[in-house]
Design a binder for this molecule. Sequence first.
Ligand SMILES: [Zn+2]
Length: 383
Amino acid sequence: MRLLPLSALSPLELTRALVAFPSITPKDEGCLAFLKDIFQGIGFVTTLLEPTNPDGPWNLCAACGSGEKTLVFLGHTDVVPEGTEPWDAFSPREEDGFLIGRGVADMKGGIAAFVVASARFLQKYPHFSGKIVVLLTGDEEVGTPDGAQALLSWAIPRYGPFTSCLVGEPSSYRLLGDNIALGHRGSLDLHITAHGLQGHAASPERARNPIPLLLRYLDKITQHVWEQDPGDFAASHLEVTSIDVGNPVSNIIPSRAEARANIRFHLQHTSNDIIRQMQTWATEMSPDLIIEFCANGESFLCQDEHMTQALEKAIKSVLNITPQYSTGGGTTDGRFISSHCPAIEFGMVCNTIHHKNERIPVADCERLTQVYEIFLQNFFLES
Ligand SMILES: [Zn+2]
């Protein structure tokens, strides 16, 4: 196979090319097939996994090298839509030193940087000991089981066990390199229904109002302190996101009241513990309270010193910044791989992701590429 010359690979041009595919979940529009050819061109063995149903996502696995130490780069090529305000999301443009387009930060810019970093690393160290396994899904933003979960089930028996995983999500806050995500809290959704008996507002003795019951329960779960000392990890937090009665009049006591909430929970808890506690409070309060739970993921923390040091050293040497470590923010596909190997997240600046005119500094395309390249060197060549 003829390999692509390195001069043909610019992280900026590659980011622009990727952004031009309008790959709104679960559509791919040829984005992963395009990346498959590039990975083959730089010496990876690739497998493009077709959707298993008409609305399913595409997934791609690209691997190179041999040896026990296996680094996974996990990412996604799908993006969110333009949003409610129109803008030219899929025609990347440069303005005032910024590259603007949907996915430049979340996370096509990170993928482009990793592709070019791998190409440079492989050219310098063609006989390095270890494996690089790149796993790219076309569904992270919606997050069906056909995305990263299906891709991991396919890849683990073929390329596992994995030593460590770098997730290329936009982890930087304001400046490239200022933050590494070392883990995330778990996430659990609640749908609470309080049942009552409809009646006249003037005769409450012949009715049962579900609203005070619902409010008592919400007060209980919002006031609870889930851990006395969260330490360095982000504390648990519950947010009530909706209260619905749907009653347009003031002289009828309604028969039901509903609420929705989401809790992000600390490393000290599992979704099962939290469900059990919430259920106990509901049972103690009233048989009229019915709660449905949906667990979105467990909390995790990366404790892989070798990978963390390899990354921190790369950031310091290329960007001259000492990164901070965080465990806040939303869930990512890191939660699926974290039960197989330690996972850390590092990528572009996240302050405009999902916004109109999503942007990154043009210079960050090359800067992130250099960080990833030095990270690969530190990870594979140092013990
Ligand atoms: Zn993302």
